[in-house]
Structure formats: structure tokens, C-alpha cells
Design a protein around this ligand. Structure first.
Ligand SMILES: Cc1ncc(COP(=O)(O)O)c(C=O)c1O
Length: 393
């Protein structure tokens, strides 16, 4: 039997991890306890938008930690007000509620939509979601997700999430009843393998939901905050959601997420939504530092350019070896292999000092820091090419 050199016996087993212990990181690079350096194209599952230990974020956190960490969610802090103001000015939503994780933001969106259904739609509560979707790991978020194998887990889960087919408006229309209050989707299905929604589908869905008096909830926990080359994935289609969730890259690695809505949708009574750490000053200082960086002139254009460069370099290498093409947007990308060899490729990359991951057996997901350089992309493609060749046999 394999004897791990890492003593992880104190940790609850929730996933299989390789025998690597990381001790530090800088930009696109991570160092393990043996001094081995890795090029990180996972970045905490698309979380470290500015890479590891970015100076602007480290400084903001250190300064805020010495001034005020949290005054209690029952009070305002200067950072809470400043960050909320900056965020709504940059987004199509008018009001925002901060959370600690993406799942909590999605839960908030579901609660807000159900409350809105109680107030405005005769108690309608069903939210149409999509097959292959991922919305998080609370029981409600799991129910909203369309992940294979999750149906039977931890039953009974929260009811009220009929599943439509992604990019198929007819399948949505068929599920609408008097009970329907909203439709919720990711503009790019991230965990589902980086599958973008068609811009036309998003526009038609927006029109459809408006005509039927339904809310459109966009879960941009993964696709938001600059990841696709615009601040939000839905901006590619030129639509505006009623409720928007944000997470992952919003804190640059600091635990932070948010749920925002248009003013007309805001209908929580005091006490119906909240949480001990929600909107604490330290998290807001981190979010503010990240947002200011993302909004700096040229930053998002550089994300778009880096994504195009990665695609143009990787496509010919992969296709030369008989694999598929890169899909996705900006720096939310996946290489479609066309065969179930992703696990071997991921392992081959790690042995060679590159971190990538696979959310399904036939695709390699690439979510580098939004600040990744062309040299680092070249290094990634070189290593990935070697691992792809090795896995090809
Ligand atoms: C689209 C989407 N929504 C929600 C979540 C859940 O976020 P968290 O893991 O921060 O709870 C994720 C996480 O991958 C996600 O990709």
C-alpha cells in the first residue's frame, strides 16, 4: 500500500490530494516544502486573480488588519461602504450583500428570488437551472446544480430546481409554470468543463424572462471579476441580470463573495438575511484593492490578449498530437482532449512542475492569474505539450 510522506491524519478526508505541501507563492509560481517550484495555472480554482501574494492585496490586508477587522455585521464600516459603492458603480446591480463564499452568495440569490416570488408572484418559488451547472456545495446549491451523480447525494435536498438544457431556450420554456420565479445560470459553465453560453441564447433568455415576468439570476462566481476579459461574462452578450452572484476572484484569494440585485428586486425585510462575517472590513479592504486593480486602464484588455495568446499557442500543439481545441473566454479556458486522458495529463504536468486541473475526464482547465505573462504562457504550453505527448502514448 502507498505510504504517504505527508501526515494528514488530522484532516477529515474530503478529497484525494497529491503528496505535495505548499509553503509559499509569488505571482504565477508556488513553492513546496521540498523547494520545488510549480507554475500555477489553477490559481486556487480561478481565485487568485492577481496571482499569489500580490503586493497590492498583501498591503491592503496588512494595513486594514491593524486598523479594523470587523465591527459586527450590525454596524457599517468605512471599508464596507466604500467597497459596496465602488462595486455597484462598476456592475449592473444597484445593491450588494457580501458573503464569505460563492455558495453563500448563491443561497442569498435563491432566498431573494423566493422572497420576491412571495411578494410579487403569488408565492412562486421554483428556479429553473441547467444540466451540468455548478452552483456550490450547500444542500440548496447542490440541488440547483446539475452535476452528474449529485441527485442521489445527501437526500432530501431543497426542492424547486427543475433542470433545462444549456443553450436551449425551448427546454426552459417547457419548464415554466405558475410556480416559476426565476431562471439561474452561469454565463460560462466553469466546473462543468468551461462551456460558454451562446451570446444569442443569453439575449433570448433575457428577453424571455422579461416577457414572462421572471427574474434572471446570473451566477458569475467563476466567470466574473475579469476572468473572461470583461468584468462580467454576461457583458459579452450585452445583457443585464436581475440578480448577480460574484465570488472567487473578487477577493484575489481572500475569502469573499457577493450577491447583488437591481433596486426593484431588493425585498429582504431586516433580519431575513445576514451572517457573522458578512461584509467585514478586512474582506472589504481586500475586495477594494482587487477591484481597483481590475478597473485600472488596460487591465481587462491584457486579460483578453493573454487568453488569445494562450489559445493560439496551445491549439496547434494539442492538435498536432491528435487532441481537440481550446474553448472558453479570456482566461477561463479548457483544452478539450477528445478522450478521457485528463487525469494522466494533470499528473504528468504536476511531475514536470505545472499545475492544471480537470473538472471532467476529457478536458484540462486553465485558469492562470489574470496577470500571467507571455513567457509564463510559453512555459505552460511547453510543459503541457510534453505531458500531452506522454499521455498520447
Ligand atoms: C459558478 C459557481 N457558483 C458557485 C460556486 C461555489 O463557490 P464557493 O466554492 O466559493 O462556495 C462555484 C465554485 O466553483 C462556482 O463555480
Amino acid at each position: 500500500m502507498h505510504q504517504s510522506p505527508v501526515d494528514s491524519s488530522a484532516l477529515l478526508e474530503i478529497t484525494v490530494r497529491p503528496d505535495v505541501v505548499f509553503v509559499s507563492g509569488q505571482g504565477s509560481w508556488l513553492t513546496d516544502s521540498q523547494g520545488k517550484v510549480y507554475l500555477d495555472f489553477i490559481q486556487g480554482w480561478a481565485v487568485n486573480s492577481l496571482g499569489h501574494a500580490p503586493a497590492v492585496l498583501a498591503r491592503a490586508i496588512a494595513e486594514q488588519a491593524q486598523r479594523l477587522i470587523t465591527p459586527s455585521p450590525a454596524y457599517y464600516s468605512d471599508k464596507l461602504l466604500e467597497f459596496a459603492g465602488r462595486l455597484v458603480a462598476a456592475t449592473p446591480v444597484d445593491k450588494v450583500f457580501f458573503t464569505n463564499s460563492g455558495a453563500e452568495a448563491v443561497e442569498g440569490a435563491v432566498k431573494l428570488a423566493r422572497k420576491w416570488g412571495q411578494v410579487h408572484k403569488n408565492g412562486a418559488y421554483e428556479i429553473i437551472t441547467f444540466r451540468n451547472a455548478f452552483h456550490g456545495r450547500t444542500l440548496t446549491c447542490m440541488a440547483a446544480s446539475g452535476k452528474a451523480g449529485w441527485d442521489a447525494l445527501f437526500e432530501p435536498k431543497t426542492p424547486g430546481f427543475p433542470k433545462a438544457v444549456y443553450n436551449d431556450l425551448e427546454s426552459v420554456a417547457r419548464l415554466v409554470t405558475d410556480r416559476t420565479v426565476a431562471v439561474m445560470l452561469e454565463p460560462v459553465q466553469g466546473e462543468g468543463g468551461v462551456i460558454p453560453a451562446d451570446d444569442d441564447f443569453l439575449r433570448e433568455l433575457r428577453r424571455f424572462t422579461q416577457e414572462r415576468g421572471l427574474l434572471l439570476i446570473l451566477d458569475e462566481v467563476q466567470s466574473g471579476m475579469g476572468r473572461t476579459g470583461k468584468l462580467f461574462g454576461h457583458q459579452h452578450a450585452g445583457i443585464v441580470p436581475d440578480i448577480l452572484t460574484m465570488g472567487k476572484g473578487i477577493g484575489g484569494g481572500f475569502p469573499l463573495a457577493a450577491m447583488g440585485c437591481r433596486a426593484e428586486v431588493s425585498c429582504f425585510a431586516p433580519g431575513e438575511q445576514g451572517g457573522t462575517y458578512n461584509g467585514n472590513a478586512l474582506a472589504c479592504a481586500a475586495g477594494l484593492a482587487v477591484l481597483e486593480t481590475l478597473l485600472a486602464p488596460g487591465f481587462l484588455d491584457a486579460v483578453e490578449a493573454a487568453g488569445t495568446y494562450l489559445r493560439e499557442r496551445l491549439d496547434p500543439v494539442a492538435q498536432g498530437l491528435g487532441y481537440g481545441r481550446v474553448r472558453g473566454r479570456g482566461l477561463l479556458l479548457a483544452l478539450a482532449l477528445g478522450c478521457d486522458r485528463a487525469a494522466a495529463v494533470v499528473e504528468g504536468c504536476r511531475e514536470r512542475g505545472l499545475l492544471v486541473n480537470n473538472t471532467r475526464p476529457d478536458a484540462i482547465r486553465l485558469t492562470p492569474a489574470l496577470t500571467v505573462s507571455q513567457t509564463e504562457i510559453d512555459q505552460c504550453v511547453a510543459i503541457l505539450g510534453e505531458a500531452l505527448a506522454a499521455a498520447a502514448g
